[in-house]
Design a protein around this ligand. Structure first.
Ligand code: ATP
Ligand code: MG
Length: 318
């Protein structure tokens, strides 16, 4: 049986988050026990959160990722399936644990501990060619976490997807190793239609001292660029045309996954034929709404809620 084609194929990290919430979530060593407001097990991994957020917005979505043959991997597969995400291309490794994150969250800030496990084993060869060939858009998340595995083949996957008529986007997210540069990264940036860093990442990826300089460097390949600016919204760069897009700031309960939900909204808008700033407004709406509840996907909105809030966005030439 041939696989039904997806609007969106997401490549990258898939792991549960153990989310610890409260005013004081700082651990005390010396075998001290502290009580916190809540601890929950939720969908984590930038790629998995983006996939769920896009499915909530009505896209048909497939995820390509790697988990272990353990309860944490089963949890992710069950949760993603319940959200309508196609997990047939999520590889289950018998010899590795599923990646796990512990996030200590106090409102607008969080500390994160991650064990990568199977996350860092996904290679380009694990991504079925038929899945890419049928996709309208291919998005890759967390390249630095998968640098040694997916890194070498990502530019080739983007090139193949674009040759088959899809558009592509890349959100590298943060580089825990602090390197911010590699041959594979440069090739992937050169091969994608759209790059989606936040402001701190844009500066580090480009080695620039100002956002203006970062924009010039990151768009040299001809890629479009959207820089996420937290509560200040986003900056859209399409050739010489720049727009600032924003919504009134909200006080977040937890910002985990805001960038991933933003990506999902932006991609949904572009696949609907919107111009980049209008699509970014849908991204801002999805990002802002996602901060209302702890975890990456608990308050990721449906299309009606995102469209309603996006209609109130301010879009100005920058
Ligand atoms: N406090 C807020 N008020 C309104 N909108 C917000 C707020 N925080 C985030 N957003 C929206 O969500 C988008 C993405 O958030 P952010 O800039 O934090 O991305 P990120 O740093 O990539 O996030 P992540 O940590 O999930 O990778 C922003 O561009 C903005 O539109
Ligand atoms: Mg991000």
């Amino acid at each position: 049986m041939s696989r039904p084609s997806a609007d969106l194929v997401v490549l990258g990290d898939c792991n549960p988050d153990v989310l610890v919430t409260g005013d004081d979530v700082t651990p005390s060593f010396g075998q001290q026990e502290k009580l916190v407001d809540g601890i929950s097990l939720v969908i984590g991994g930038s790629a998995a959160i983006t996939a769920v957020a896009a499915a909530r917005l009505g896209l048909s979505v497939a995820l390509a990722a790697a988990v272990g043959a353990d309860p944490a991997g089963r949890f992710m597969l069950d949760q993603l399936s319940a959200e309508g995400v196609d997990v047939e291309a999520v590889v289950v490794r018998d010899d590795m644990p599923t990646g796990m994150t512990v996030a200590l969250s106090r409102g607008g800030d969080r500390a994160i501990l991650t064990a990568l496990g199977a996350v860092a084993s996904l290679t380009a060869a694990d991504v079925p060619a038929s899945l890419l060939a049928g996709a309208r858009h291919v998005h890759a998340s967390s390249l630095f976490l998968l640098e040694a595995s997916l890194g070498p083949g990502l530019a080739g996957l983007f090139t193949a997807a674009r040759a088959a008529g899809a558009t592509t986007s890349l959100d590298t997210n943060w580089d825990p190793a602090g390197q911010w540069t590699s041959e594979h990264l440069a090739a992937a940036i050169g091969a994608t239609d759209l790059l989606l860093p936040n402001e701190a990442e844009a500066l580090r990826l480009s080695g620039a001292l100002s956002l203006d300089e970062a924009v010039a460097k990151l768009t040299a390949s001809g890629a479009r660029l959207v820089v996420k600016l937290g509560e200040r919204g986003a900056l859209c760069v399409d050739g010489p045309v720049r727009h600032r897009v924003s919504l009134p700031p909200v006080i977040p309960a937890d910002t985990t996954g805001a960038g991933d939900c933003f990506n999902a909204g932006l991609i949904a808008g572009l696949l609907d034929g919107m111009e980049l700033p209008r699509a970014a407004a849908l991204g801002c709406a999805a990002g802002a709404l996602s901060t209302a509840a702890p975890g990456g996907t608990a308050s990721a909105p449906d299309r009606t809620a995102a469209v309603k809030l996006a209609a109130t966005a301010s879009i100005t030439a920058a």
